[in-house]
Write a protein that binds this ligand. Sequence first.
Ligand SMILES: *Cc1c(COP(=O)(O)O)cnc(C)c1O
Length: 398
Amino acid sequence: MTNAIHPYDALMDITARPQTVFVRGEGSWLWDDTGKRYLDFIQGWAVNCLGHSPPAVAAALAAQAKRLITPSPAFYNDASLKLAQALVEQSCFDQVFFANSGAEANEGAIKLARKYGALHKNGAFEIISFEGAFHGRTLATMSASGKKAFEPLFEPKVPGFRKARLNDIASVEALINASTIAVMLEPIQGEAGVWPATDSFLKELRTLTETHGLLLIVDEIQTGMGRTGKLFHYEHAEVEPDIMTLGKGIGGGVPLAALLATEKAACFEHGDQGGTFNGNPLMCAAGFAVLEQVRHPDFLKSVGDSGLFLESELQKLSARHGLGEVRGRGLLLALDLKLPVGAAIVAQGLSNGLLLNAPQPDALRFMPALNVTRDEISQMVEHLDAILTKAGAARQVA
Ligand SMILES: *Cc1c(COP(=O)(O)O)cnc(C)c1O
């Protein structure tokens, strides 16, 4: 038996990765093993809400690691009680279940809805989700997702999901039947290319679900924790959902996620839900350090202001290069490129020391640290301007 020849070969090849190997991060910046520096507007896919290795998270992890890492999920621990209490105080929900990933939190939301149907609605189990949605990579969350590329994979899927169209309330109403128990959506479809549900659509959904006795589940894994300038996106539309999931930003870079529910919806009985690492003190201590910073009104206002600044800079860039719309909210924005040049721009950015993401061939997505500075935003825009200028010149020669 020979061992792997190259260290890259020891990892399962599940996505096309550039050869770059990152070794250090600080705020909006990353360094690779050659010492090259990158300005990061991906931040682990909207995960590092306070930037790379934020001092508050590093300190909380170090202190907690010395005190208690894991007692057992069958016991209470002070760090998870503290974080649960804070999340309940800051939201319209009454109870929290901690998980390790967004997909796991969404699995929990799906199970909770089915449980509610079993208890209160004659075993209703169907969940209406949306075309284009992304809810994770477990079998049930892939089934809940409306991503075209998932359709042929890992058949048979988990049954019980029907897909409506975002911002089309009639398409939701048409799918409601006696088996329906919930409607589940991302307030802004992130992976699909940053497509926002309108506030009026969210209000209509709340009314419709109430009328039919259905639960409203918001997947705020990408939009929650201040990303859009409010602690939770549902606050913009002034609706109160029954269930919410959080992930990504909640841990500030470490694996933490949460399932939150109102008292009415929180109907798990003993044995229905669990998991070895759920609510472990180490991750919850990091989560609490993040929440303490992010929930501050001044912090949330600065996210909104930075978002408006980035949006207006992107609009100028779009006008200068004849590109399309800028969409999204707060610091979750996309620029429509009108042409399928996203991958080429991302590759050029990487070689220039700028990390960008193209969730779709014709769109760039921006999800910087929530404490990104104006200067860093300006630097990113200058980089991108240069890349677009070069690309435009190349197109004219071709
Ligand atoms: C990232 C994401 C998920 C999945 O989270 P994981 O931690 O990767 O399992 C689910 N829903 C939304 C909206 C996401 O952005």
